[in-house]
Design a protein around this ligand. Structure first.
Ligand code: ARG
Length: 578
């Protein structure tokens, strides 16, 4: 950020006549420097032939370098190839910046976004249907995106858009009445499993016309607000909600439910507005919105006059923009729903609710993700059952990590409560990290052995690395809070400098991950950080007992602080000993 400002000053001085040039500055891994400014070639093609004083990209590069204002950030600079301006960052400045972060807090390195409030619509399972691994992915990814925005000082409304409305409720309610004459007292334990209940009621619906008719009648009564039907509906929702909450609780995910039913009262006015604006047309008895270039229309009122998924989403956007004043609305679902969201968003643009340009706020973004596959390469399923119960899955992750922990000698020193807590942090952390480290658009293979391996790119490996850093600090016997006040960081050894520079880059990476909604960028950064710490710094720079002990302990603490912030953003609970 600060380097870009410095280059901006230089660009203004180099080509005062070109006013719309943005500095292109990026970290580079070469031997020439830490950062590179790549403006020379582009600039040359703009100015050549206009009687310019320059003779080609290298001479533009030279001028950019010469015009760099004096700055404590830059140690040295050079021009390479066709005008790339390389800069080496000053060691003292790196050290000072890290020291400042340690005193003022990691928040001083948080991303800056030009918005105040966002909605993240995630998890969003359907009542009485299965909450499947796709919803688990949405829950994990959505929680991380919400955390990243919160870290950027954005007020985030975490929305669980549960599927709690629709025709299936007629069938479920009728089935509840039939199965349980005392339905008002019925609880989760009596029904057992709502998914099985759903299947049984569907079977009844498909095989008995009389039942089917009653179910259809029930929908009308429910939607008309009939008390008895409302009550039965609320009861079914409550049972589902309890099951969802158990998953959220384990994952440490907070969500506020505003299900599809919530937006129902807003739909008629929204459809009216869209109709008045000329967007809605009649097609085969339904009312639809046609979108350029897409051969199927967006159905907003079904031919039977009922509303659907799309009508609800239009009303939800209206509500989020106008009532909740959200400037960025983010939807986390599988890629299969991409077209749905594309059509909904484009309808909103046509209605003038959203600006046409994608880089302007308020904006909406669909964050799609790929499938979860089993080791056989097919859609993830457990051995016996057709569906994977998420709670069982999380239990297994925890039990496996517990078993692995018990094998470690140190575990003998832990209390039972500590063991439980560490097993949970490692087990659930492993499930989350395995999901987040991939580019979210790709399918990913769910494999316990892989995600719990303590040597690969896994949460386990990262949590161990963090615990080791904490143990170095503990072993020194020094009061780290005191050292933060009195000690100074000095970067002498090359590996200290490499570590320091990487720590500093956290701010850039967090900003990139947040603006582009890519948690995997953060995972990659975190993995590299622990590699640099372990394989470079810690292998080559003795900490405890060395002449540079204070400075190196502060570097350990800074690494721990950045790692903990990454863990926090990824929804992983750090462990301090292992
Ligand atoms: N309930 C939907 C599903 O399970 C996801 C809802 C996503 N959010 C939305 N506003 N449409 O596929």
């Amino acid at each position: 950020r600060q380097l870009a400002k410095i280059f901006d000053v230089s660009l203004r001085a180099t080509v005062p006549e070109e006013t719309d040039v943005e500095p292109l500055v990026a970290a580079c891994a070469g031997n020439f420097g830490d950062y590179q400014c790549n403006n020379a070639m582009g600039l040359w093609s703009k100015i050549k032939g206009k009687g310019s004083q320059f003779r080609g990209p290298p001479s533009v590069g030279q001028a950019i370098m010469k015009n760099l204002p004096p700055s404590e950030i830059i140690e040295s600079s050079s021009v390479a190839g066709p005008g790339f301006v390389n800069v080496v960052i000053s060691k003292n400045w790196i050290a000072k910046s890290i020291q400042k972060m340690l005193t003022d807090g990691i928040e001083t390195w948080s991303p800056r976004l030009p918005i105040k409030r966002a909605v993240v619509d995630f998890s969003s399972p359907n009542i009485a249907k299965e909450m499947h691994v796709g919803h688990l992915r949405s829950t994990i990814i959505g929680d991380t995106l919400a955390r990243m925005l919160e870290f950027s000082n954005v007020d985030v409304l975490r929305r669980n858009h549960v599927g709690d409305w629709g025709t299936q409720f007629g069938m479920l309610i009728e089935f509840l009445f039939e199965r349980f004459p005392n339905w008002e007292e019925v609880t989760e334990t009596a029904i057992g499993d709502l998914q099985t209940f759903y299947k049984a009621s569907k079977q009844r619906f498909d095989s008995d016309p009389a039942f089917k008719e009653r179910a259809q009648q029930a929908v009308v009564l429910l939607q008309g607000g009939e008390a008895k039907y409302r009550k039965a509906w609320a009861q079914i929702c409550e049972i589902s909600r309890n099951e969802f909450n158990r998953v959220y609780e384990r994952l440490g995910v907070e969500l506020e439910e505003k299900g599809e039913s919530f937006y129902n009262p807003y739909i008629p006015n929204v459809i009216k507005e869209l109709t008045d604006k000329g967007l809605v047309e009649e097609s085969q008895g339904a009312r639809v919105i046609f979108i350029d270039g897409i051969n199927i229309p967006l159905i907003v009122v079904k031919s039977d006059g009922g509303f659907n998924y799309a009508s609800t989403d239009l009303a939800a956007i209206w509500y989020r923009l106008n009532e909740e004043k959200a400037e960025w609305i983010i939807y986390v679902t599988d890629v299969g729903q991409q077209q749905h969201f594309d059509m909904v968003f484009r309808a909103c643009k046509r209605a003038g609710w959203l600006p046409l340009e994608d880089n302007k706020y308020p904006k909406t973004t669909h964050v799609g993700f790929g499938l979860v596959l089993g080791e056989d390469g097919k859609r993830f399923r457990t051995r016996n059952t057709e569906v994977v119960r998420l709670v069982d899955l999380l239990d297994e992750a925890k039990n496996r990590s517990k078993a692995a922990l018990i094998e470690r000698e140190k575990a003998a020193e832990w209390t039972e409560a500590e063991l439980e807590q560490i097993a949970e942090a490692v087990g659930y952390g492993a499930v989350k990290y395995a999901d987040l480290k991939n580019n979210r658009l790709t399918n990913y293979t769910f494999n316990f052995d892989q995600m719990l391996n303590d040597k690969g790119n896994t949460a386990v490996y990262l949590l161990y690395a963090h615990a080791r850093i904490c143990s170095i600090i503990r072993k020194s016997g020094k009061d780290i809070e005191e050292l933060k006040k009195t000690g100074t960081i000095v970067l002498e050894h090359e590996d200290e400098r490499v570590l320091g520079l990487h720590l500093l880059q956290f701010a850039e990476v967090a900003e990139e991950a947040c603006t582009n909604l890519l948690p995997n960028v953060l995972c990659e950064y975190l993995y590299n950080l622990s590699e640099i710490f372990t394989k470079k710094f810690y292998s080559n720079c003795q900490v405890v007992g060395s002449a540079q002990e204070t400075s190196r302990l502060l570097l350990c603490e800074a690494t721990g602080t950045v790692m903990r912030q990454c863990f926090h953003l990824l929804g992983i609970v750090p462990v301090y000993k292992i």
